[in-house]
Design a protein around this ligand. Structure first.
Ligand code: HC1
Ligand code: SF4
Length: 570
């Protein structure tokens, strides 16, 4: 099909909308709601264009091209219409960009105001009298519906992708707004705090519940020893905030940046991911050999755990009793490391840098504390850390590479691949297979669980016994797997579940945008880090061996159970 956009002839090989055709040839038509993956379109009214022969302008996102169509995307009339619509949107938006986390780069509304050259002195904003209270009920998410532009992306991702349906269009008097479907604060809904809604929100209506101020206070406190752990998926994504390609390993710069920010030690969640494999692998073999509850399901993703607690309380015995690597790190830091360094656990502040917003909730769970001391004190998202680096005027790309501090910082490649869907299972297979067979694996990689598919299946035969494995990401897919277990048809022995589609690389705290290309490149980045490591199996990690020799004694032993395992709430 041939069409002409702004005088430029374009040939397409399939039916598509004007917006898609324009994007193919890099003609920018602004929009605030359109999202190809979510099928959201037609809500913001910004993408108006003129079509020859049509009296009225049309919306580019929902108008299909036809043979010979002539389209103009930047006429004076179109620009005036866009400006009128944008002023309408701004009239119900607060004028508080100065304090908005999404300001300066991550707000599509702000970008558009600049693009259209709107004189801000002539704009009417939402008045104080029109303001509604912010929803501060969740430790993970902050909802400020004053900023919502009703694009509908959050509703679509929560329902279509995650299958949760916590958000919807609801009526308040004559006004349609987006709210929780029940009208209750988010903490009292079915929300699993995955943060996928944050990642698609074009403005600052849903963001992480910020911990930047707490961090700044902790590093300024001379009595506090601040220990940082960095999650796997952060290392291949943070660079995007500084214009580096997705997948670039910025571990070394990250370590240096954190030291410049004033922390005392920079450790690694990949280290405690190795510890998780020791505990979870041992637990799995125990269940397998002693007719325990199978399939066993991983428990390192707090969105997944919340989902299981809310929806499948009767199946909770299938979840591994292991705490997540984030929490195992905190537990070991405030016991083993505190003793070793003669530190008062009450004067240690554990900070996690996570690609995730649910990790804030996980850290706040009552069972994730001992004697009133939290295992993890502060959780920063990848985006929050980037903001801190920028606010402190650190020239990130020029930083020299630093090394992780050793004791809780040495990690294997197995720990690193936790950050991508399939990584936990592959890390477990690397260890379990060697424990069962007593011989080294010929090939370290376990390819059947790689790739970004939402559900993957694999089999492995060890000493004549075939283990059936499944890897699932995204809450909607997790529900399918749980229904199988419920009706007794699940063929699996071991299942990995992550709440976000693609795993932590696509977590709700990652740099924006989180689209397919970024996710794929971040996955490649993690596998490349793994490949480059000298030690690639958790049970060969010398720092982990030292923790068992000097402190825990053995995996699943008494102390390990006390510190590294948990229970679930139905
Ligand atoms: Fe994850 Fe995990 S992999 S849950 O995605 O098990 O967030 O990266 O830190 O805890 O290791 C997140 C990532 C992370 C934990 C580990
Ligand atoms: Fe839905 Fe996840 Fe957002 Fe909660 S955090 S509203 S579950 S998309």
């Amino acid at each position: 099909m041939k069409v002409i956009i702004n005088g430029q002839p374009i040939t397409t090989d399939r039916p598509m909308t004007i917006l898609e055709a324009a994007r193919i040839c890099d003609i920018h038509i602004p929009t605030l709601c359109y999202h190809a993956k979510l099928g959201v379109a037609g809500n913001c009214g910004i993408c108006v264009v003129e079509v020859a022969g049509s009296a009225n302008p049309v919306l580019a996102c929902e108008t299909e091209i036809t043979e010979g169509m002539e389209i103009v995307t930047d006429s004076a009339r179109v620009k005036a219409l866009r400006e009128r619509r944008l002023r309408e949107i701004l009239s119900s938006h607060p004028n508080d960009c100065l304090t908005c986390f999404r300001s300066q780069g991550d707000c599509q509304l702000q970008d558009l105001v600049y693009q259209l050259g709107i004189d801000m002195d002539t704009v009417t904003f939402r008045s104080q009298a029109q303001m509604v209270d912010k929803d501060l009920s969740s430790p993970s998410l902050l909802r400020d519906m004053n900023k919502c532009i009703k694009c509908g992306r959050c509703v679509a991702v929560c329902d279509q992708v995650q299958g949760i349906g916590a958000l919807g269009y609801v009526r308040h008097g004559a006004e349609e707004i987006i709210d929780t479907v029940s009208g209750l604060p988010i903490a009292e809904t079915s929300c699993i705090y995955c943060g996928q809604c944050i990642n698609v929100c074009p403005v600052g209506a849903i963001t992480e519940n910020l911990s930047i101020y707490q961090f700044t206070k902790a590093v300024a406190d001379p009595d506090m020893t601040v220990l940082v752990q960095i999650a796997p998926a952060v290392k291949v994504a943070l660079g995007e905030e500084f214009k580096l390609p997705a997948g670039t390993d910025v571990s070394g710069k990250l370590v240096t940046a954190l030291r410049l920010l004033g922390v005392d030690k920079v450790f690694n969640t990949d280290f405690s991911a190795d510890l998780t494999i020791m505990e979870e692998g041992t637990e799995f073999l125990g269940r397998l050999n002693n007719s325990g509850q199978l399939p066993m399901i991983t428990s390192c993703c707090p969105s997944w755990v919340k989902f299981a607690e809310q929806n499948y309380p009767q199946l909770l015995p299938h979840l591994s009793s292991c705490k997540s690597p984030q929490q195992m790190f905190g537990a070991i830091a405030k016991t083993f490391y505190a003793q070793k360094e003669n530190l008062n656990p009450g004067k240690i502040c554990v900070v996690s840098v996570m690609p995730c917003v649910t990790k804030k909730f996980e850290a706040s769970r009552p069972e994730m504390a001992r004697d009133g001391i939290r295992e993890v004190d502060i959780v920063l998202t990848t985006r929050e850390l980037a903001k801190l680096i920028r606010l402190n005027k650190i020239n990130f790309n020029q930083l020299a590479d630093g090394d992780f501090d050793y004791d809780l910082g040495f990690a294997t490649g197995a720990g690193t691949i936790f950050g991508v869907t399939g990584g936990v299972m592959e890390a477990a297979v690397r260890t379990i297979s060697e424990v069962i067979t007593g011989t080294q694996r010929e090939k370290i990689e376990f390819m059947p669980v790689r790739g970004l598919a939402g559900v993957k299946e694999a089999e492995i035969t060890l000493n004549g016994q075939t283990l059936r494995l499944a890897v699932v990401s995204g809450a909607r897919n997790a529900a399918r797997i749980m229904e199988q277990i419920k009706d007794g048809s699940s063929p699996y022995h071991f299942i990995e579940v992550m709440g976000c589609p693609g795993g932590c690389i696509a977590g709700g705290g990652q740099p924006l945008p989180v689209m397919s290309t970024e996710i794929q490149n971040r996955a490649r980045g993690l596998y490349a880090i793994d490949e480059g490591k000298a030690v690639r199996k958790s049970h060969e990690n010398p720092a982990i061996k030292a923790v068992y020799e000097q402190f825990l004694t053995e995996p699943n032993g008494h102390l390990a159970h006390e510190l590294l395992h948990t229970h679930y709430t139905d």
